[in-house]
Design a binder for this molecule. Structure first.
Ligand SMILES: Nc1ncnc2c1ncn2[C@@H]1O[C@H](COP(=O)(O)OP(=O)(O)OP(=O)(O)O)[C@@H](O)[C@H]1O
Ligand SMILES: O=P(O)(O)OC[C@H]1O[C@H](OP(=O)(O)OP(=O)(O)O)[C@H](O)[C@@H]1O
Ligand SMILES: [Mg+2]
Length: 285
């Protein structure tokens, strides 16, 4: 049975459960459940703190897990990212009161508060900056107001939390993060679980594709086909079928959902008609 770690709370938890559900896996019914078995898919899910997931996976007791890239790196665990999942996107940045610092070089001798001590200490060391790092569990935006630190380093998504605390980002972003699937470094070459891991990854990739692509169908005159196909090249190559009306063909191809409206306009301008898009519910590439 494949053993998978899933975030039990926080920003990663809801979207991770939703993605697993879309991939056909059974998920827990209430938030107090710590583990469930999905017998049909031969998978056991363990609901753990996002920060602990890379550590469990690196111990080899769990086969894979879903966590944030920033949490994986911060943990220093012997685990690696094997699939980015596109949700819980954030940037990790320094911030402070306006006028305190404008770049990392200004941080020498200062104190930086963060929940991600591993990332911050390494980043400062890599830049040869001698600053103190103080670890706080969360709500680090308040640390400056209360005099615990001159600077913070934290997850920024919309920037609302920083604005509300009267803080501004400065310097280059330290890293970009999103939810990722992680696995112990070196696993995968010899493990019995490998075929099941690959099947799990294909299912999640299917969800990612179904979320980002739509199916497009249209009719066009044969003489315009090359130009039309250039607009809708599909993933492999579009399907072309003859129409009963001579000189016309039907075309079917997957297109990125974000570009669908623009492509429909361009196809229409080319003379294509009966242009339809439909959602993809599931997919195996
Ligand atoms: N506002 C946000 N928008 C997008 N991603 C976020 C946001 N806040 C946190 N994350 C991401 O979610 C992960 C951490 O989740 P979260 O902060 O909810 O958990 P935690 O801090 O470990 O737990 P807790 O919420 O109990 O302190 C990180 O990968 C982080 O980049
Ligand atoms: O840029 P924003 O959209 O405001 O999002 C960023 C905020 O979200 C996270 O906090 P969270 O809610 O996880 O609380 P925490 O700080 O207690 O972990 C993060 O630590 C920031 O405070
Ligand atoms: Mg948090």
């Amino acid at each position: 049975m494949l053993r998978i770690a899933v975030p039990n709370k926080g920003s990663l938890s809801g979207p991770a459960a939703e993605m697993l559900h879309e991939a056909g896996y059974q998920q827990r019914r209430e938030s107090k459940e710590l583990r469930i078995v999905d017998p049909e898919n031969e998978v056991e899910f363990f609901y753990l703190r996002p920060r602990d997931i890379a550590i469990y996976v690196s111990s080899g007791r769990l086969d894979i897990g879903i966590t944030g890239r920033d949490l994986l790196i911060d943990s220093g665990a012997n685990a690696e990212e094997i699939l980015p999942l596109g949700f819980a996107r954030s940037t990790f940045r320094f911030a402070t009161k306006p006028g305190t610092a404008s770049g990392i070089a200004d941080l020498s001798g200062m104190t930086v508060a963060t929940s991600y001590e591993g990332i911050v200490a390494k980043h400062l060391a890599d830049h040869g900056i001698d600053a103190s790092v103080v670890h706080l569990d969360g709500a680090v935006e308040t640390a400056i107001e209360l005099g615990v630190a001159e600077v913070i380093a934290d997850v920024v998504e919309t920037g609302t939390s920083l604005r509300n605390a009267g803080l501004e980002v400065f310097g280059d972003p330290i890293m970009k993060s999103e939810a990722v699937v992680v696995r112990r470094v070196g696993a995968g070459t010899s493990e019995d679980a490998e075929p099941k891991v690959q099947q799990f990854l294909r299912r999640l990739q299917g969800v990612l594709v179904a979320r980002t692509y739509v199916m497009m169908d249209y009719d066009c005159r044969a003489e315009h086909l090359e130009k039309a196909v250039a607009l809708t090249p599909g993933l492999e190559s579009p399907t072309i079928s003859p129409l009963h009306n001579e000189g016309w063909v039907a075309v079917r191809a997957m297109v990125p959902a974000k570009e669908a409206q623009r492509i429909m306009d361009d196809l229409y301008a080319l003379g294509a008609r009966a242009i339809l898009t439909t959602a993809i519910h599931a997919c195996r590439l």
